[in-house]
Every structure is written in structure tokens, then in C-alpha cells.
Unconditional design. Structure first.
Length: 116
């Protein structure tokens, strides 16, 4: 089973930045879609951003366009979510998800808290 290891969450003031990382154990991301989701207290999990590993094409939720950037480092087999211009409403647990033809996995989640 593929495990996704996330890191980079924390506490930041509004307007600040954080960078989340997601890396798989036991396989590469080749052929995978990698997505970030988030879930705030009392709310449903929502889509944040997606990258297709092989081509690098990306997609974003409207709420984060222009502030968040999803990218990949092929040499490190790692996906990043660079979050700039953070707002209190970005506070949530952020989850990495990846899937290919033969698997689908979720990470354990990392807490992002933005203070006003």
C-alpha cells in the first residue's frame, strides 16, 4: 500500500506563507494525479489543487487561484503546495491524495492555522 508523507504545516499570521510537501513511500509518482484537499472544522473536505505528475499540468480551486502554487520536484519525487497570502479562512487540515491506475492513497493530514 502506498503511504503519503506530508509535512510543512504550522501556524502563520495572515498574509504569510507556508509550503506543504507530499512524498510517497514505496513507489514513484509516475503516472499519478496528486491533489491537495483541506477540511476546516465543521465543514466538508474541499478540493484545493491538482497536478498531473507526468505532464505537470495543474488545476486550482477558485478560492486559492493566484495565491497557491502546486508543483513537483521530479528528482525528489515530491509534490509541493506553496501557499502565499494566507487568510484566516485557509485554516484547515490539509490532505495530500494521489492516485494512478493501480492505487489511490491519502496522507495523514497536516494542520495549517492562519491567525488574523
Amino acid at each position: 500500500q502506498v503511504q503519503l508523507v506530508e509535512s510543512g504545516g504550522g501556524l502563520v499570521q495572515a498574509g504569510g506563507s507556508l509550503r506543504l510537501s507530499c512524498a510517497p513511500s514505496g513507489r514513484t509518482f509516475i503516472g499519478s494525479d496528486i491533489e491537495w484537499y483541506r477540511q476546516a472544522p465543521g465543514k466538508e473536505r474541499e478540493f484545493v489543487a491538482r497536478i498531473f505528475w507526468d505532464l505537470g499540468n495543474t488545476r486550482y480551486a477558485d478560492s486559492v487561484k493566484g495565491r497557491f502554487t502546486i508543483s513537483r520536484d521530479i528528482a525528489k519525487n515530491t509534490v509541493y503546495l506553496q501557499m502565499d497570502g494566507l487568510k484566516p479562512e485557509d485554516t484547515a487540515i490539509y490532505y495530500c491524495s494521489s492516485g494512478g491506475v493501480d492505487y489511490h492513497s491519502w496522507g495523514q493530514g497536516t494542520q495549517v492555522t492562519v491567525s488574523s
